[in-house]
Ligand binder design. Structure first.
Ligand SMILES: Nc1ncnc2c1ncn2[C@@H]1O[C@H](COP(=O)(O)OP(=O)(O)OP(=O)(O)O)[C@@H](O)[C@H]1O
Ligand SMILES: [Mg+2]
Length: 513
């Protein structure tokens, strides 16, 4: 159904092809998972299937890619729309209409599908993706995860033979991700849909894949195999595979259930060597029991660094209420963040996680209660002053990036933050080694753009840093660099007087870091 024949893609101005010698086929009704570290070219390979590469991105595609027999170099994306449905990494860039229902119908309208069939499929898809209650809502008022479900629904309604999905679960909470993946599996099994999907959260998807295609490094050849075969050699793998590798299991487990079945012998071996330590017991019981007075949504998980008890909170939220239009997004939320503390903010899609972070950085004014960050009221504080108290890496990193080159972005960030010239560039060099000054931020991969946005935010050395749920798009090395920044060891080339920073990030599940 999808065939790559010795394909290489070279973007305009690049010295080397981004991907080369890509040669594989995906038969009808198979789900193939494309994996690899950030920036290796996964989105490039997916774009070559939908025709976005090179028709929209520019650059040169050598070799041949065919989908259902159509050459994607000679067919524009619009001429492939009846066979290929695509969901990109950024659902917002996808939407053409204003409301959920219109968006689900749009793809079918443009293919001239009969109105009664359209109505039926819209209803089926609303139910399938749990969107029925949101059918009349303007898309712009939905949470990131809800928008992602709409984006997936809008490509499902025309019943394409091929689905190309770029990190379809990145903004979804675990339950929503499971539902979407179950839908995909049904499409593959019942309708024979062919799916090619890139995903960083391997623990969610690897067990659904018939085969896995691995791009191990930029420009390296693509390898294809069964999930356990590829996971044995892949530089990216889920935690359960990590355990299997450590334990020397073959074939490797792909799910917790697989691992549990094998774990008997390992458990006995460990029991024979283990002596219980008081520290282990203390750690296990350190998590506070949920108290009835705490707000039920969103949940907060804390990792406390030792802080002097006299330290003033970096952020203090009391009885916060926020309204967004007619929706009461937050009600009676209390939160105190101390210097050096890491807080994971958890909750279902639409629970109000981004709204709480938005209130901390002054983007949304409270309807009740109070918010203080570094002693200031965020929505009444001048941006130049606020950036030193609190920074936000937004869900879409491009919302923060407006210059034409990485170098110009860095200069602007230094200026906005009143930082020493070169501060932002030093952070970029640590998080994104090898990225040239002249690169347009638009031409970075999703994970690279996220790292650039993080560097821009950290340039102001905010006492409190907030982020949304995309660290999965980072490489292990970059996550380590993030952690260093969070733990406050000053990045190379920056002054050593960084204060302990509070870091709060939003994600739907605490696993994966
Ligand atoms: N339109 C473009 N023009 C120039 N270079 C590009 C363009 N799109 C991507 N690149 C570069 O090609 C390389 C691969 O990018 P791609 O987006 O395919 O990676 P990826 O594997 O999908 O990464 P991620 O996991 O971060 O999404 C990156 O170095 C990126 O900077
Ligand atoms: Mg990508």
């Amino acid at each position: 159904m999808i065939r790559f024949e010795d394909v290489s893609v070279t973007y305009d101005g690049a010295a080397e092809p981004t991907v080369r010698g890509v040669d594989f086929t995906v038969p009808e009704g198979e789900l193939v998972l494309l994996v690899g570290p950030s920036g290796v070219g996964k989105s490039t390979v997916l774009g070559a299937v939908s025709g976005l590469v090179p028709h929209f991105t520019g650059g040169t595609l050598r070799g041949r890619v065919t989908v259902a027999g159509r050459d994607t170099r000679t067919h524009k994306p619009r001429e492939l729309a009846d066979v290929v449905g695509t969901v990109g990494q950024d659902p917002l860039s996808h939407f053409v209409t204003d409301t959920v229902e219109d968006e689900l119908a749009y793809g079918m309208e443009s293919l001239g599908i009969a109105p009664d069939v359209m109505r039926r499929r819209v209803e089926e898809t609303l139910d399938l993706l749990g969107l029925a209650e949101l059918r009349d809502r303007p898309i712009s008022t939905l949470s990131g995860g809800q928008q992602q479900r709409v984006a997936i629904g809008s490509v499902l309604t025309p019943h394409p033979k091929v689905l190309v999905l770029d990190e379809p679960t990145s903004a979804l909470d675990p339950a929503a991700a499971e539902e979407v993946l179950a839908v995909l599996q049904r499409l593959v099994h019942d309708l024979g849909t062919t799916v090619l999907m890139a995903e960083h959260r391997l623990e969610r998807v690897v067990q659904y894949a018939d085969r896995v295609a691995l791009l191990p490094a930029p420009g390296a050849p693509l390898t294809l195999g069964t999930p356990p075969e590829v996971m044995a050699a892949s530089p990216v793998y889920p935690p359960v595979v990590d355990l299997g590798r450590l334990a020397g299991w073959s074939p490797l487990p792909l799910t917790v259930r697989d691992a549990r079945r094998r774990a008997g012998a390992l458990r006995e071996r460990l029991a024979a060597t283990e002596t219980p330590t008081p520290t282990a017991t203390a750690t296990a019981t350190a998590a506070p029991a949920p108290s009835p007075s705490r707000p039920r949504r969103p949940r907060l998980l804390r990792k406390r660094a030792p802080v002097p008890s006299a330290a003033l909170p970096v952020a203090a939220v009391e009885a916060l209420a926020v309204r967004r239009g007619r929706v009461e997004a937050l009600r009676r939320v209390d939160l105190t963040a101390s210097p050096g503390e890491i807080i994971a903010l958890m909750g279902r899609n639409g629970a109000g996680k981004s709204t709480l972070l938005g209130a901390l950085v002054g983007l949304v004014p409270p309807a009740g209660g109070s918010v203080r960050v570094g002693g200031a009221v965020p929505h009444r504080t001048a941006p130049r002053d606020l950036v030193r108290r609190v920074g936000l890496v937004p869900q879409e990193p491009r919302d923060l990036l407006y210059a034409d080159t990485v170098a110009a972005e860095c200069v602007a960030a230094d200026g906005d933050a009143g930082a020493e010239p070169g501060t932002c560039r030093a952070l970029v060099s640590e998080l994104l080694p090898g990225v040239a000054d002249g690169t347009h931020p638009r031409d970075l991969s999703e994970g690279q753009r996220l790292a650039l946005a993080l560097a821009v935010v950290l340039t102001a050395r905010p006492r409190c840093c907030c982020s949304t749920n995309r660290p999965a798009a980072s490489t292990t090395r970059r996550r380590a660099a993030w952690s260093r920044c969070c733990a406050r060891s000053p990045p190379t080339g920056t002054p050593s007087s960084w204060p302990p920073m509070t870091w709060s990030w939003r994600r739907n599940s605490p696993t994966g870091w």
